[in-house]
Design a protein around this ligand. Structure first.
Ligand SMILES: *Cc1c(COP(=O)(O)O)cnc(C)c1O
Length: 422
């Protein structure tokens, strides 16, 4: 894999990626591509990026050895990359800083973004407050209702939140509306996309900004493994959840040349991969065009996007970044599913066993790592990207559990010993 050199100059990852956008956006996209090409290796740009990550985000984030979990699983050692400890509580801030820095240099004082659960909206509003940029966030009207704490956070940070009333009033409608705004205001507006999707150069640019996650792991893991007297320098497997795929690309990308390390992306299997109620674009989707690029999407025979489902809003997306479609095709990465129930069990297990309340998205990755650990030896290791913290999810968890999760006899003991059913 030492030859891995993607995307090409036009943003293609094999047959995936590229630029599928209306003519009205061609100028804006070209302008962004040229600006990123100019700054991506600029020492001053990179110095400022590193400074912001260190002093505003709190990087590097630690790697944590989940010793009790590893012991209970009885197999591989499990390590957690603690993106939950970042300012604003997830990995998303890494990327929005990079894009906002570009917006400043391109002389664009107005930022737009779309958000589903509100996490990307909060990160964007945060950096706009920091840099004194105007911030407009599009959000489906249904999501505005469901995610009121994040809507309030964005407003506290000075952003304007625009509820989108069209279609299903969720993320994909907010995306369409943000695109429309961009077309109308290209001169003064920068569109910050929150994951490795969209037209070229977004998938590559977001991956590059997020790859700070994996690059830190490359230097942190040898010491962590030495502590446990493990001979290997790097983990045997890296596991991350995949919604649009940005935290996964961020931790995978620097590991691509390390062929002994398996890369495993975990999609939301919802009520089961064969239930029709899931968000597993890579495992149950097919090639198509969505949001400006060719990738794997969940669609019917007529190419209409189908309804998706996941307990976790951040994974509930009918597409996936094009680079994941490519990594799956060339078999450098493998993609698996974790159901709502398995994720919820893993959420409770991590709370009680390690004292960490994870995001429901990240709980999918942790759930798979626990299954996998049981099949591996004690001198092997798994690195999990813990993409975010779970504060935002405690309402969802309480509702799903009738508010009485721990009072139900079936849950007692179950979450304390042994972990989720395999
Ligand atoms: C948004 C989000 C995700 C999903 O987005 P990716 O682009 O797939 O990383 C995962 N975890 C958390 C905590 C999130 O906020």
């Amino acid at each position: 894999m030492s030859q891995y050199n993607f995307p090409d100059a036009l943003g293609h990852f094999g047959p995936y990626g590229g630029t599928f956008a209306s003519e009205t956006l061609t100028h804006a996209i070209n302008e962004l591509r040229d600006a990123y090409a100019k700054y991506q290796n600029d020492p001053e740009f990179l110095r400022e990026f590193r400074y912001e990550l260190a002093h505003f985000v709190g990087r590097p984030s630690p790697v944590y050895h989940a010793a009790r979990t590893s012991e209970e699983m009885g197999g591989a050692q499990i390590y957690l990359k603690r993106e939950d400890l970042n300012h604003t509580g997830a990995h998303k801030i890494n990327n929005v800083i990079g894009q906002a820095m570009l917006a400043k240099r391109m002389g664009k004082p107005r930022i737009i973004a779309e958000t589903g659960a509100g996490q990307h909206g909060v990160a964007t509003a945060t950096i706009c407050a920091r840099y004194g940029l105007e911030c407009v966030v599009y959000m489906g009207a249904e999501d505005v209702k469901r995610q009121s704490p994040n809507v309030y956070r964005m407003k506290l940070l000075g952003a304007t939140v625009i509820p989108v009333e069209s279609g299903s009033k969720t993320l994909k409608d907010a995306l369409n509306e943000a695109m429309r705004d961009w077309v109308a205001n290209v001169d003064n507006t920068f569109y910050i996309i929150g994951t490795v999707a969209g037209p070229h150069p977004y998938p590559m640019m977001v991956r590059d900004f997020q790859s700070v996650i994996g690059n830190e792991c490359l230097t942190q893991m040898p010491e962590m493994l030495r502590d446990q007297k493990i001979a290997a320098e790097q983990p045997d497997a890296v596991v991350a959840c995949v919604g649009g795929g940005s935290n996964a690309m961020g931790i995978f990308y620097p590991y691509i040349p390390h062929e002994k390390t398996r890369l495993i992306g975990v999609e939301a299997a919802g009520e089961g991969l064969d239930s029709g109620k899931h968000s597993a674009s890579l495992q149950r989707g097919s090639s198509g065009v969505l949001h400006g690029n060719r990738t794997f999407i969940l669609q019917d025979q007529n190419g209409q996007i189908t309804e998706t489902h996941s307990i976790s809003a951040g994974l509930d997306y009918p597409g996936v970044g094009p680079e994941h479609a490519w990594l799956q095709e060339i078999k450098r990465a493998q993609y698996v599913g974790i159901t709502d129930k398995e994720a919820l069990d893993a959420f409770h297990y991590l709370c009680r066993t390690e004292g960490i309340i994870p995001a429901l998205e990240s709980s999918h990755a942790f759930a798979y790592a626990m299954k996998l650990a049981k099949e591996m030896r004690k001198d092997q290791s798994i690195l999990v990207c813990l993409s975010g913290r779970g504060d935002k999810d405690i309402g969802t968890v309480a509702d799903l559990s009738g508010g009485e999760y721990y009072d139900r006899p079936s849950m007692r003991g179950h979450t304390v010993k042994g972990g989720p059913a395999a």
